[in-house]
Design a protein around this ligand. Sequence first.
Ligand SMILES: Cc1cc2nc3c(=O)[nH]c(=O)nc-3n(C[C@H](O)[C@H](O)[C@H](O)COP(=O)(O)O)c2cc1C
Length: 496
Amino acid sequence: MAYASFSQFLNVLEKAGELKCISVPVQTELAIAEWVDREMKSPHGGKALLFEQPLIDGQLSKFPVAINTMGSEKRMALALQVESISDLAQEISLILKAKPPTDLREGWSLLKQGMNLLHARPKHVKNAACQDVVHRFDGATARNLSLGELPILRCWPQDGGRFITLPNVHTRDPETGARNLGMYRMQVYDGLTTGMHWQVHKVGARHGKLYYERNERMPVAVTLGGDPAYTFAATAPLPDGLDEILFAGFVRKKSVELVKCLTNDLEVPADVDFVLEGYVQPGETRPEGPFGDHTGFYTAVEDYPVFHLTAITHRREAVYPTTIVGIPPMEDFYLGSASVRIFLPVFKMNFPEIVDMALPAEGVFHNLVFVSIRKQYAYQAFKVMHGLWGMGQMMFSKYIVVVDEDCDVHNTSEVLFRMCANTDPKRDSTIITNPSDSLDHAPSVQNVGSHMGLDATRKLAGEGYTRGWPELVRMDNATRKLVDELRKQSEVRHLA
Ligand SMILES: Cc1cc2nc3c(=O)[nH]c(=O)nc-3n(C[C@H](O)[C@H](O)[C@H](O)COP(=O)(O)O)c2cc1C
């Protein structure tokens, strides 16, 4: 059964021993971040934390703060209600196998049709828990709650202020009416305005540009909480046009119920904890940042659009969900890994030679990609690298290391061993110029940079290698089995 609320998900985490409730008052200014950073850095991502008494400038908040709720493989699986994340990959694979597509575009469209058939299509409702309590700022009711009363964190000492770090931002293409859900952080400027940090390559920014060109006010709705499938969908690198709400319905195996906002005509999931309704005014920008980012460094101040609130609505017992980013590993690593795992069948559809793929935590998403392939012909590793650089947000991948199928890409040490042992850097590397992640501080110019591919597969004659590739040093199977048996029979004794 899909989660009916974020609180229900928290109850499941608690029953699974995955949630610690913190009853002492803790400051939303830095202290929660320091507490959870230690938790995120503990083995397997530590536990989710529920701060029952967050303090805002010394005052107790009306709402508790939940954090690190998806910050481990186990909690990610609980969030998406699967035994293992690979189960969802398996389902996507089945949809794609029903009528094998001829190219990526057809693949995504098939996936969309498959999700529709699986009753993932959203439903429309009139009454919604997320509108239990209504605070409108357009004069319809007295204003009595503003962003200043939400337990929004200031995460790091040099941050430019408080940031909403887990916002699900709903926008609409003014030309096609297509919906988009993306996660873009929001810096709080005052009780009624925030920054809207959609980077230039993201769909929210594309929608924004269309409104600016028309000189029309852009309706935006931001939701917090509800079924964690929404938050996951907002971060997933779906192609522009594949509706995240449809995808969330597919993930939770239940149509998402949507309700119309009260002060604009966007629709949002009815079961979320908070809705921030508002708009972005064409042409209006304001300095945003600095912010301690997922790169592990502060990102500099830059101009971004401004979000104006027209209403806050919320559940009666709302919980404020958030996260922090910074030096890895952090919670976002598990969100990113789940995306890679779930969409592996789509990558494989485009590149049948791909066996597995991993984005290790140290690479903070785009910086490092490990791919294993079943190599058949010369320069195949290069074909895969170039193909990946052309696929959606994979364009940002700074280093791609390709290894053979017998290398476990989830074992960074094994990949580095292959990379060091199997490459002649001049022959086996390529450097290209491509769009870069806006947050990457290393390129001399923002948004464009060089990316490197390393072919760490065994080399073929067609690649100019004529010496005869050596065998890996490995024990034979018979001896391995024998020692397995002997170890079982042997008692473990310690020297006296
Ligand atoms: C915790 C977290 C925070 C994020 N913050 C931002 C952000 O501030 N700006 C941004 O452009 N992308 C951010 N992202 C990445 C986007 O959510 C991601 O690229 C998503 O696929 C964008 O959706 P879109 O393709 O529909 O625009 C964040 C991701 C996570 C997990």
